[in-house]
Design a protein around this ligand. Structure first.
Ligand code: SAM
Length: 318
């Protein structure tokens, strides 16, 4: 069972997410976000609590291969290693070229050349859990860094231009078409609306090199089918952006996904066109959006299983 400290940390973090969603429903998402980012006391407490929860309470369970502490980070690092260092990207490239030939579009692979180290942008990093991996050259950003490894940056608003600008531990600008990998580990549940989540993914697309990876983990303790329509909708939306989902895994407590930035966006768009179903829209909803007690319920044709997302990621381990 979770001990008292674990529960205390967890409930603070959940309350921050909930109050951000509530105030977005009341005053609009942009204003709510702005107010939230000005509240340095809450952001600082969140950062300290999140780091403690992950490094103390979740790490205790790290001998369990399903543990959140190790698995969300090691899943992403292992996948990036297999893809770039062991060159599994080549089979995805071949597949894209094949599809391109079939539908008469040109797939140009000249930009898809990798050399070590692999550049990774960890968005919403909090405390830089990727620092242990030597094959990665990591830039870690967060609204409110928990330690000095992490640069302060609001990913939803930072300009994306031709160069990176870092001043005094803050990111003023990020470089487009530069990263091999962008990671969103338990990030999207923090962001209070579908529009902002879509915006985050579109930004990742701009930052990635052709053939680069957007790696997303999102908590869910339910069985694989419980929220499968929601996950398919994410896939649809990211395909319209130009991403092809090349790996999906439901672990005990989370979904882990790898999206590849296609060499030609039309290859991904074609997948979306062929697989669109009635319930799919260009959006990234999470089950909390459908909850009746956060003041922002939305009408939907998708059945979702809200309970465990409300519990996660903080209460599930003991
Ligand atoms: C649930 S924590 C996850 C932390 C870490 N990725 C992990 O897996 O342990 C979500 C983090 O995302 C950060 N975050 C949320 N929105 C952000 C934004 N727009 N820009 C940068 N960081 C953001 C929060 O400050 C918080 O530290």
């Amino acid at each position: 069972m979770a001990n008292e400290e674990h529960k205390h940390l967890a409930s603070f973090l959940k309350d921050v997410h909930l109050s951000l969603r509530k105030s977005s429903a009341e005053v609009g998402v942009e204003k709510a976000w702005h107010n939230h980012c000005s509240n340095k006391e809450v952001l600082n407490t969140y950062a300290q609590y999140m780091e403690k929860l992950a490094t103390t309470h979740w790490e205790r369970n790290s001998s369990d291969e399903q543990s959140l502490a190790s698995s969300r980070i090691s899943w992403a690092a292992d996948f990036a290693y297999e893809y770039f260092i062991n060159k599994s990207f080549m089979k995805h490239r071949e597949k894209e070229i094949d599809i391109g030939n079939k539908i008469n579009i040109k797939v140009n692979n000249t930009n898809e050349l990798y050399s070590s180290p692999i550049t990774l942008l960890d968005v919403g990093s909090c405390y830089n859990p990727f620092r242990i991996y030597d094959f990665l050259d990591v830039l870690v950003i967060d609204l409110c860094p928990a330690n000095d490894f992490v640069f302060e940056c609001d990913f939803l608003h930072v300009p994306i231009e031709s160069d990176t600008i870092l001043i005094n531990n803050k990111v003023k600008q990020l470089k487009e078409n530069f990263y091999n990998v962008v990671t969103f580990c338990f990030l999207l549940e923090y962001i209070p609306s579908s529009e902002l989540r879509v915006n985050a993914c579109e930004r990742a697309y701009k930052l990635l090199k052709d053939g680069g990876l957007l790696l997303i983990s999102t908590p869910d303790s339910k069985h694989v089918g419980a929220n499968s329509k929601l996950m398919k909708c994410w896939r649809y939306t990211l395909s319209i952006m130009g991403f092809s989902r090349i790996k999906y895994e439901k672990l005990k407590h989370m979904h882990c996904m790898a999206f590849r930035k296609c060499l030609n966006k039309e290859v991904a768009v074609r997948w979306a066109t062929l697989h669109k179903e009635m319930y799919m829209d260009y959006c990234i909803h999470i089950p909390q959006d459908y909850s009746t007690n956060n003041g922002c319920t939305i009408a939907t044709s998708i059945e979702v299983d809200v309970d465990d997302f409300r519990e996660l990621p903080f209460d599930i381990l003991s």
